[in-house]
Design a protein around this ligand. Structure first.
Ligand SMILES: NC(=O)C1=CN([C@@H]2O[C@H](COP(=O)(O)OP(=O)(O)OC[C@H]3O[C@@H](n4cnc5c(N)ncnc54)[C@H](O)[C@@H]3O)[C@@H](O)[C@H]2O)C=CC1
Ligand SMILES: CCCCC/C=C\C=C\C(=O)C/C=C\C/C=C\CCCC(=O)O
Length: 280
């Protein structure tokens, strides 16, 4: 499948990012900041959305110094608020005129306030995806594009100390895979891919020390600690390289890319289910 403007590198069809406009949510720090930087390095202009206004504005200033004036714009928005998300998206369109790349990255771990976790990690990903799709899809006169939704390895298997987080990330994987097929079938011209990193060196990792955030699962702290011992943290830069692949490789739609300390790869899902005798 080849959408939008592209160039060929060997046998790969690659989306050229010069002049493209990207939106990244949760962009003020951590993985979001890494995605913003790699997009800027590859020629895209980037709108940063985050609820942390101070960190977002400081980052905007630093990025425009480093990568050129007016290439990065920060917008304050809580993505769990429909109104704030829509308003920010509209402001991005007013400023840049178009959106070609949309990354739903904002996410939290909060097992105590689990409704908030569902609202940010799943509902806002759905909302952001639909906002982007409505703008990009060809049947609405859009020019196509690519959406990357950030899940986690906890979207493919259980993180016992965070069942709600695990559920939301499984939701992101399922939603994105189904919608990517719908997009292809309906010829929207929009690719939808998913990123599933292992533990990454960001502020989010400290969550497991917090009883306030882990609630009834605080007593599983040592389980998380031993998982972290067994699976070394990856760096934001490693995950950003995987993100860039999902953005640029025009053959990827519905791809789920896992980034682990042992390497990066596209996940394949079982199509055959072994039979289990059901009569006891
Ligand atoms: N750090 C890790 O080990 C892993 C993280 N992830 C996922 O990567 C994404 C980014 O996580 P990190 O960079 O590690 O976290 P982080 O905590 O360092 O950064 C998250 C950013 O999202 C923003 N944010 C939070 N709630 C928001 C909201 N309602 N509206 C707008 N912005 C909001 C925060 O202000 C912050 O700037 C999340 O979806 C997370 O689940 C996935 C796998 C592993
Ligand atoms: C309350 C738990 C907090 C845990 C640390 C904070 C954030 C973690 C976010 C993640 O998305 C974790 C990512 C992956 C964990 C899932 C499975 C571990 C398997 C690791 C591997 O195979 O590489």
């Amino acid at each position: 499948m080849v959408f939008g403007k592209f160039e060929q590198a060997g046998s790969l069809w690659i989306m050229a990012l010069n002049g493209k406009v990207a939106v990244v949510t949760g962009a003020a720090q951590g993985l979001g900041k890494g995605f913003v930087e790699i997009l800027l390095q590859n020629g895209a202009n980037v709108a940063l959305l985050d609820l942390n206004e101070k960190a977002g504005k400081d980052l905007e200033e630093n990025l425009n110094k480093a990568y050129g004036a007016d290439r990065a714009h920060f917008y304050t928005a809580d993505v769990s608020s429909e109104q704030q998300f829509k308003d920010a998206f509209q402001k991005v369109l007013t400023k840049f005129g178009r959106v070609d790349i949309f990354c739903n990255n904002a996410g939290i771990v909060n097992e105590k306030n689990w409704e908030k976790t569902v609202s940010i990690n799943l509902c806002a990903v759905v909302r952001g995806t639909y906002l982007a799709l409505e703008h990009m899809k060809k049947e609405n006169g859009g020019q196509g594009g690519v959406i990357v939704n950030v899940a986690s390895l906890a979207g493919l298997g259980p993180l016992p100390s965070a069942p709600i987080y695990t559920a939301t990330k499984h939701g992101v994987v399922g939603f994105s895979r189904a919608l990517s097929m719908a997009s292809q079938l309906a010829n929207y011209g929009v690719r939808i891919n998913v990123l599933c990193p292992t533990f990454v060196r960001t502020a989010l990792i400290d969550t497991f020390h917090s009883e306030e955030l882990t609630g009834q699962f605080f007593n599983l702290k040592t389980v998380t600690e031993s998982l972290l011992d067994k699976h070394p943290l990856v760096e934001v830069e490693d995950v950003a390289k995987g993100f860039l692949l999902l953005v640029k490789d025009e053959s990827l739609n519905g791809a789920v890319l896992a980034v682990r300390s042992t390497g990066t790869g596209i996940v394949s899902f079982p199509t055959e289910i072994p039979k289990t005798p059901v009569s006891l």
